[in-house]
Design a protein around this ligand. Sequence first.
Ligand SMILES: O=C(O)CCC(=O)C(=O)O
Length: 256
Amino acid sequence: MQTANGNSEPAQRKALTEEQVNRFWTEGYLGIGKILEDDEIELLRREYDHEFELANSGRHPRFRSHAIGDTRMLQIMQMCEYNIHFRRLLYDDRILDLIEDLIGPNIQLFHDQALFKPARHGAPALWHQDNAYWKCSPPNLVSCWLTLDDVDVRNGAMQFLPGTHFRSQEHERLADNNALLDLSDQVDDSKAVVVPLPAGGVTLHHCQTLHYTAPNETDRQRRAFAIHFMNPGTRSLREMKYLEVSFEQPVLRMRV
Ligand SMILES: O=C(O)CCC(=O)C(=O)O
């Protein structure tokens, strides 16, 4: 194939080293440092806060609040349908290049979500595999989890159990919140790896990697945005879409 620079092959672009790609497939996750500039982070924080202000006043159609005891995880599903700045992020080459190194150049959105742990009473995300919710086939989805605040173990940084992506596990529903799945009883969290990040940093994880985030008991809020990517042709058995291949969600990159 001819390209504009006259070479016979497309230029090789690599966002991840071979060692990082191997580590991802061995451990099921990767921590990547800061990928956004400070002015981009500031803009996204303002937009994020605006969307949650709408949600707090009952004016966001995709808002949910997940309570565990007296803590809350606030969630806006499909932020990309309401906010152009978050929609742009789906197409950001800095993110898509990372994803391409893991699942190849044909990349479709599965969904996105903003996950907000307010200061002092942010609920934990209990140990789970994403695909226990999604039931996607084949189970090859990769998530990019982006933080708009500095995160550490105390305000809800991602924690992963390395190597757990090789098999799916049955999940129980949380007793006092039927919407949430919980594997805590079956998890040896002494092996958990915490991935602290600066604002504008990301983690990548496979849809079967067991992960958890702690309650936010600090005075710092924790604003995160997760984008879940799949290959076109992935089917969600949960949505009973196994008879069809869905192109309802945007195809973000395609090289045929
Ligand atoms: O943001 C969190 O605390 C949890 C995120 C999560 O579980 C995910 O993105 O898969």
